[in-house]
Design a protein around this ligand. Sequence first.
Ligand SMILES: CC(=O)N[C@H]1[C@@H](OP(=O)(O)OP(=O)(O)OC[C@H]2O[C@@H](n3ccc(=O)[nH]c3=O)[C@H](O)[C@@H]2O)O[C@H](CO)[C@H](O)[C@@H]1O
Ligand SMILES: [Mn+2]
Length: 290
Amino acid sequence: MMSSFHEPIKCLFFFLRTDVASVSPWSAPIIWEGNFDSTLIDSIYKQQNLTIATTVFALGKYTRFVKDFLESAEQHYFVGFRVHYYLFTDQPESVPEVKMGENRSLTVQNVPSLNRWQDISMSRMEKLENLIENELVNEADYIFCLDIDTKFYGRWGAETLGRLVGVIHPWFFDAPRSQFTYERRPESKAYIPVEEGDYYYAGAAFGGSLEDVHHLTKTCREQLNIDAANSIEAVWQEESHLNKYFLLNKPSKLLSPEYMWRDINEKAAQIKIVRFTNVPKNYAEVRPNP
Ligand SMILES: CC(=O)N[C@H]1[C@@H](OP(=O)(O)OP(=O)(O)OC[C@H]2O[C@@H](n3ccc(=O)[nH]c3=O)[C@H](O)[C@@H]2O)O[C@H](CO)[C@H](O)[C@@H]1O
Ligand SMILES: [Mn+2]
């Protein structure tokens, strides 16, 4: 009996990294490799019998990214949890056969083609709003909305779950606020004055509870519509509106750029593991317009 008092207890002393911030100024955790125990986190969340809805869009030539996305997600994304992918595409016949694990499924939804990549990217907010409203209530607990020109290389698991979750953009995690590419024209609903802003968030990945993400997508869709009616398009489309939303509605959890990296071959001292990354693409060749 006595000897157990002298044995080191795993997890009692957990040293947070000092080379990165692990909490935001409003006390939301920022998730970095080294700052969490994945086995412990899995054991906590596994008891809850969760379903994670996951949405991606593949229109036009972006259908080429679907296979790698799904195959790599099956290797690394919420392994051991119930995951329901929703793929929106204008070419349902092109969706490849990907072997899914137990408790994992894919629903393909047909959407009309669009001529501008900006319209494809922006229109996701309205599609997501409708999906959550019409199909996900009582079907899922959490949702993540991801770009398709991406691939998983490492664990993306229950450490990412939260009420409202944003990912710090890989090009700006180390940059001063003055360099953030927020919308700077007051005429746009996405406008953020130079002296405001917390982080620059990626448009390529966000998530949270169904209720919170529904409110996010509805609000962004409304703001995009107001801008369209005023003939203004924010500098980075829905990503600009997402940044405005997160300024006014602080995320309850932030994911480090490990969860949306620039490219698998790019290095940065703070990035100890690349979990999810952009796939290099020839913009001129893959997009329908410049
Ligand atoms: C890393 C990151 O945060 N990327 C964001 C960035 O550029 P990106 O260069 O990542 O934008 P992108 O070309 O990947 O477009 C965003 C997404 O729209 C879909 N798509 C786009 C074009 C097309 O022909 N077919 C199609 O399906 C597809 O799901 C793609 O992943 O800015 C965009 C808005 O301006 C979005 O906010 C992206 O999420
Ligand atoms: Mn992308």
